[in-house]
Design a protein around this ligand. Structure first.
Ligand code: GLN
Length: 449
């Protein structure tokens, strides 16, 4: 059924870079055989799942939507992918993304754009735009994305699906091509909160991954207590964020309606402050490009992927391979990182950005002394048109409500709240929580979905 849906909808949506029909049919046959033999089935048995194309899966290419890795075949399988397969999931293929996860619209994919299933003249968000669109279009039931500054929650918001960025360390990053290693986190998309809870169980259930030194045990059953009432629990709202420039009225009223729904169910709404959030984007665009520049230094035209032919020296080969292998945004990020890490600029930019990181983390810690979760927008606006955000800094502002959570390492989830009255496009709210309280995020999400 999933392959049929993909056949029918891909011409319009183009969520996939590669459909792994052979792997899918083999996995489905295995599930059928186990069922016929009366063997126990995994919690995701037969569930069609798509993986962002920065996650390794043996039998597929892992391109990161970059010409640099256009023909790169995975030589091993990422822990997050393997855990979904171990739970019985059927791997449908690899989803489109912004090149190396740089972006908020999937427009920087080197191969093709992905169209928002609600309106194909609009972007699906990004960078996990293919993963979000594949679920929104009903091509798969669950998908995985990665979120460095909002790349799960923002496309989930624009495509009207649930998207969760777990706490940093909850899900292993082993086998996921690194962007900003101190910020990257893998998480699921689903149409319903329950689907996301099921996927979270698969991702974290087997405990910490010895192959990722930052992964931690997260011994929580996300389905158990999912329906617990929110009565008596405390939801923080940040008045300054609700007045932020760029936040549209439509999204604002959706978030306000979520606050009312929680209050009607007996939750207490309190005001909290996050005074340093205004500096989050600036700090992120120092820290993330520095880490990206370090991580992407491995693409040197020798070890992996695209290699310029006919060069007369190693320096020329590296330089031309990088010049022709990377797209515009990937180059911008790496040049920024190279500059920011050069001698003399460390004290001026890198060190202050790390100080801001500490301040933001402290802001959250203080806020969570008086509330269980914080309710805010996920994306400041609904899905925009292709080409509309031509200025990179305008695009960077798409993540004004998501980036701070990566900086602090906390969990967050974007919850769809129907269609905006004015635009007719999906609107959403975001719930953020303290580190390793991801289950409570899903309980609140369940209460407003
Ligand atoms: N849009 C942000 C960026 O371009 C975040 C991307 C992400 O989370 N991978 O860096």
């Amino acid at each position: 059924a999933s392959l049929d849906a993909i056949d029918a909808r891909e011409p319009k949506v183009q969520a996939f870079l590669e459909v792994s029909a052979d792997l899918a049919l083999a996995a489905a046959a295995k599930t059928d055989a186990a069922r016929a033999a009366g063997q126990p089935l995994g919690p995701l048995a037969g569930v069609p799942v798509a993986f962002k194309d920065n996650m390794h899966l043996v039998g597929t290419r892992t391109t990161c939507a970059s010409k640099m890795l256009e023909s790169y075949q995975s030589t091993f399988t990422a822990t997050c992918v393997q855990r979904m397969l171990d739970a019985g999931a059927t791997p449908m293929g690899k989803a489109n993304m912004d090149e190396f996860a740089f972006g908020s619209s999937t427009e920087s994919s080197a191969f093709h754009r992905t169209n928002n299933p609600w309106d194909v003249t609009r972007v699906p968000g990004g960078s996990s735009g293919g993963s979000a669109a594949a679920v929104a279009a009903g091509e798969v039931t669950i998908s995985l994305g990665s979120d460095t500054g909002g790349s799960i929650r923002q496309p989930a918001s624009l495509c009207g699906v649930v998207g969760m960025k777990p706490t940093y360390g909850a899900v292993s990053r082993y086998g996921v091509v690194a962007f900003g290693s101190s910020l990257d986190q893998v998480g699921p998309f689903g149409r319903r909160v329950e689907d996301v809870a099921l996927a979270m169980n698969a991702l974290v259930g087997a405990g910490r991954d010895p192959y990722d030194s930052t992964s931690q045990d997260c011994p929580v059953d996300f389905l158990e207590h999912l329906e617990d009432p929110v009565e008596g629990r405390v939801v923080g709202v940040v008045p300054a964020l609700m007045e932020a420039a760029g936040l549209t009225d439509e999204v604002k009223s959706a978030v306000e309606s979520a606050a009312r729904a929680l209050s009607d169910q007996g939750a207490k709404i309190v005001e909290v402050e996050l005074p340093n959030l205004a500096s989050a984007i600036a700090a992120y665009y120092v820290i993330a490009p520095c880490e990206a520049f370090s991580n992407l230094a491995r693409f040197d035209g020798v070890r992996y992927g695209y290699q310029e032919q006919g060069c007369t020296s190693l320096a020329e080969q590296t330089s031309l391979s990088r010049a022709h292998g990377f797209g515009e945004e990937a180059k911008r990020r790496q040049m920024l990182g190279a500059y920011l890490l050069s001698s003399g600029t460390y004290d001026k930019y890198y060190y202050p950005a790390q100080q801001v990181r500490t301040l933001i983390t402290q802001d959250y810690a203080r806020a969570y002394e008086s509330c269980d979760v914080i309710l805010m927008p996920a994306s400041p606006r609904t899905a925009f048109k292709f080409g509309e955000m031509s200025d990179p800094t305008q695009m960077y502002a798409s993540d004004m409500f998501t980036i701070s959570n990566n900086i602090a390492g906390n969990g967050g989830v974007s919850v769809p709240l129907g269609l905006g009255e004015k635009s007719g496009l999906p609107v959403s709210a975001q719930l953020q929580g303290p580190a390793f309280k991801d289950r409570s995020l899903l309980q609140f999400a369940r209460a407003i979905e």
